[in-house]
Design a protein around this ligand. Sequence first.
Ligand code: ADP
Ligand code: MG
Length: 390
Amino acid sequence: MIESNPSLASLIDSASAAVAELSGHAARWRAAAPGRVNLIGEHTDYNQGWVLPMAIDRYTAMAAAPGVPGQIRVRSLAMAEERSLSLDQLHTPHRDPWMRYVQGVIAQYDRRGVRCPGLDVAVVSSVPPGGGLSSSAALELATAHLLEAVTGQTLTPAERIQASVQAEREMAGVPCGIMDQTVVELAESGQVLLLDCADQTSHSVPLGLQAPALLVIDTGVSHSLAEGAYAQRRAECEQASALLGVNTLRDVRSEQLARLKGEVVVHQRATHVVSENERVRDAVAAIAQGQWDRLGMLMRASHRSLRDDYEVSCRELDLLAELATAERGVYGARMTGGGFGGCAIVLVETDQLEAVAGSVSGQYDDRIGWAPGCYRVQASAGAREICAAL
Ligand code: ADP
Ligand code: MG
């Protein structure tokens, strides 16, 4: 029921074999970057608040060999496609959207004085594209580390994060926040990352050896509402800040929310953001003290708040959260990511993992019509060059 996660070594091997086939030369450089999941802290990032994501043991692996001068060829096994880009067109968005993520990072490095030579590249990934586990940031940061391996020139982690964020915003045209790239780059094994989105400072919080397991369940849907609703929520948060006379909702305490009572919707939105920020900080304390019941309770409260006050959930996410929460051995469950589809995350006793996945999956299938993807995720280290054989 739970899909197994292919090892990083096997992904690197596949990428190396694919690039050898593409170029006729053995792979010379390799890099990998993980996907991520957000434990708690949803829709707080653009309100300058706090988030608590972790990198997962699903990766995008890339391998490269010298290519034709002036040209980059990329083969993506996920897309079952091969595309090329002429380096004299580096700053013009490629006609294929997926190439823009790779191109965008190379273009950002170019702006920083790092020139990419002609290259053949293969991409292999166990992060489902568009599934809410940030395959985009994984692709960007894997590209960044690959390019550094190729050129021998390195940026700092902060510069790498910035280059990836800019690549996604400017070349791929996605108005993303900073969370995904930050955690994909900075994550440490066995730790979640508390990130302050106001000043982008972060610190790692160890989960500890006694932590329950984390299960990600993919609804298999992504409703088209998401984009418009995202812009609308941002506008409503700005309206709430303006009415309260603050720069961002980060600066608001729950006692102040009463002043928004006349504006029902804006009051709801602000209530979610303010309470979610409190839950993130509470969650850090719960983890530090190994209080898994408390962490589970915070996850359940987060889901309710996203469903009722922020109104970004959907039937499928609500069903997964409800089914999982009803299972024995489950501490809590919530939607994770922007909403309107994507994944739920479940905190569950390790010895109940298979039973919970089987039961939730079966009931979801009965009600919705297909079995959801189930992944066990473990907190993993961030993006890196892969030097020798793993
Ligand atoms: P998420 O980051 O949640 O997976 P996004 O919509 O932000 O979803 O990014 C998904 C897009 O990133 C894909 O549609 C594709 O353009 C690109 N992408 C991600 N992984 C790969 C890959 N392995 N090969 C090619 N393109 C990829
Ligand atoms: Mg993404």
